[in-house]
Ligand binder design. Structure first.
Ligand SMILES: [Zn+2]
Length: 258
C-alpha cells in the first residue's frame, strides 16, 4: 500500500450548500435544494463503489485535496455524492459532519456488533470528532460510555452528550478505566487522539479480545505481536465513512440525537 500524499488544492472537503445547477440526467435533487456532500467523488462502477465502500473507490477525486474544494464560489460534484436535506437545515451548521462527523459515526457503527448490553466503550478525546463519537455511541449502542479527556470543560459537556463515566487524563486514567471495568478493560476503545501517549493508554484499557478503533493519528502503534495473539485484540482503521453513513448521520441530526 502506498503512503497517502495529497497535494493541497483550494481548501474544504467538508461541504454543504444549495444546488445551483444540475446536469440533464440528475433526477434526485433540484436547483435550490439544501444538500451535504459526501467528501469523496466516486466512480460508481468499481467493486468498492458497488459494495458501498465509497472511501475505497479505485478512481476517486477528493475536493480540497486532489481537486479544488468548497471554498470556491461553486463546487462541481457528481450526483452520487449529494445527500438532500430538509430546507430548514442551514448548511453552515452541518457541513463539518461531512467528514469529522461521519468519521466518528463510521467507527462507532463498526463496533455495534460487539457492544451489546453490559459492555463498555472508551472514548479517548472529546474534541471535534470525539463528541460526535459519544453521541453516536449513545444513539447506536447500549454500551456504557467512558470518556477520557484532558480538558475539564470538555468532560463537563460529555455528560450531556451521553457519557456514563468521565475520566480526567491526569496520569491516572488507565487505572481509573480499569477500576470502572472491574479490572478487565473495555470491549471497545475509540482513539480520537492517536498520539502523545493516547495509544499506549488506549491499548492498556482494552479488554481481552477487545477492539481498538484508530481514528486520531500522528503516533506509532507499537504492540508486541505475541500480545495480539495471546489476547486476541483487534486494531481497526477508520477512514472517513460511506455515503450511507452520512445519510444515517443526517437522520440522527434531524432526530436531535447528534
Ligand atoms: Zn469506484
Amino acid at each position: 500500500m502506498e503512503n497517502i500524499r495529497w497535494s493541497k488544492r483550494l481548501p474544504s472537503h467538508e461541504n454543504a450548500g444549495w444546488v445551483h445547477e444540475i446536469g440533464s440526467a440528475v433526477s434526485h435533487v433540484a436547483i435550490g435544494d439544501t444538500v451535504i456532500l459526501h467528501p469523496q467523488i466516486t466512480c460508481g462502477f468499481c467493486s468498492a463503489c458497488r459494495a458501498g465502500n465509497d472511501m475505497h473507490c479505485t478512481s476517486p477525486a477528493f475536493p480540497g485535496f486532489t481537486i479544488d474544494g468548497g471554498m470556491a464560489t461553486f463546487l462541481k460534484t457528481t450526483d452520487r455524492t449529494v445527500v438532500k436535506l430538509d430546507s430548514s437545515i442551514a448548511p453552515k451548521d452541518i457541513a463539518a459532519l461531512a467528514d469529522a462527523g461521519i468519521t466518528a459515526y463510521h467507527a462507532v457503527k463498526k463496533a455495534v456488533p460487539i457492544l451489546s448490553p453490559g459492555t463498555k466503550a472508551v472514548v479517548i478525546g472529546a474534541g471535534g470528532l470525539g463528541h460526535i463519537g459519544i453521541q453516536s455511541l449513545k444513539a447506536l449502542t447500549p454500551a456504557q460510555i467512558i470518556v477520557v479527556e484532558r480538558s475539564r470543560e470538555a468532560l463537563e459537556l460529555c455528560r450531556s452528550w451521553g457519557a456514563d463515566y468521565t475520566v480526567l487524563a491526569d496520569g491516572t486514567q488507565v487505572a481509573k478505566v480499569k477500576d470502572i471495568t472491574n479490572g478487565q478493560g473495555a470491549q471497545a476503545v475509540f482513539d480520537f487522539v492517536g498520539e502523545g501517549g493516547a495509544i499506549e493508554d488506549g491499548v492498556s484499557m482494552l479488554r481481552r479480545a477487545g477492539s481498538y478503533y484508530v481514528i486520531g493519528y500522528g503516533g506509532q502503534l507499537n504492540v508486541p505481536t505475541i500480545n495480539i495473539i495471546a489476547t486476541e485484540i483487534n486494531f481497526i482503521g477508520n477512514f472517513v465513512g460511506t455515503y450511507n453513513d452520512l445519510v444515517e448521520l443526517m437522520i440522527l441530526k434531524a432526530q436531535g440525537k447528534v
